[in-house]
Design a protein around this ligand. Sequence first.
Ligand code: SER
Length: 316
Amino acid sequence: MKKILVTGALGQIGSELIVKLRNLYGENNVIATDIRKNDSVAALSGPFKLLDVADGEKMFQLAKQNQVDAIIHLAAMLSAVAEKKPLAAWHLNMGGLINALETAKELGIQLFAPSSIGSFGPTTPKDKAPQDTIQRPTSMYGVNKVAGELLCDYYFARFGVDTRGVRFPGLISYVTPPGGGTTDYAVEIYYDAVEKGRYQSFINKGTYMDMMFMPDALEAVVQLMEADPAKLQHRNAYNITAMSLEPEEIATEIRKHIPSFVLDYQVDPARQAIADSWPNSIDDSAAREEWGFRPQYNLEKMTADMLEKIREKAKV
Ligand code: SER
């Protein structure tokens, strides 16, 4: 990658990925786009353009005018919100992706499109879900993600578009909160631990889902986009994970820093149902073998960093 356009650049992933990409590729070589602007570092530290990903013509023009050689397409609706607004999710998630695919095809450029653990469903093996396995998700978000994986495969096979992607687990971060996902409890728990000393989880104890600390997710995007294409057998949708966690395990780790931390539960049936339909853990050996994916953060290291950074933010 030399010059990159990022959609959804002010979201949970984008707001940190923009900063990393600008450090690596130069601030003017990363075009941040989002449906609205704010005063975040991502919005102000280099080129920013307003873009609604439903507007395919504008996406194409922005990519063309800026002579980008890669699009990182992050604009999407997450699982819990998508379940409340399934038709809007279909339009945003699929419409945005098809516009990004068409733009990449017309301009002959690379495309990163994330999939998710949400692409799995209740008939997927629960533990260490394999790279190639049954994918019959029961949420609209999952339907979008499987369709997206297939579309990316299709554009690669049919038109030679250099599409690449990973199945992200729940991403834990302290810069920008996630917008309406099922795994969000694992972010909220850290904020509430610092700010209130207690957290009421909407996901029940014993519910395992894969998680990853944001620096590992950002590194995975760059590593995959820069990987030798000859090695990419599973180019669109590599399972990647750093840890499989349930709420009590995170609470136990938080108590090493905040001994009085209290975790209780008020389970949200809608989000619990989504979580129950996903695997407990996924197998990321294809990503490790084909492009050297190696996460650096485990629960212990991530917890120390999350609590430290949230405390710093709380002071200002
Ligand atoms: N974190 C996402 C969600 O919960 C999963 O991809 O929707």
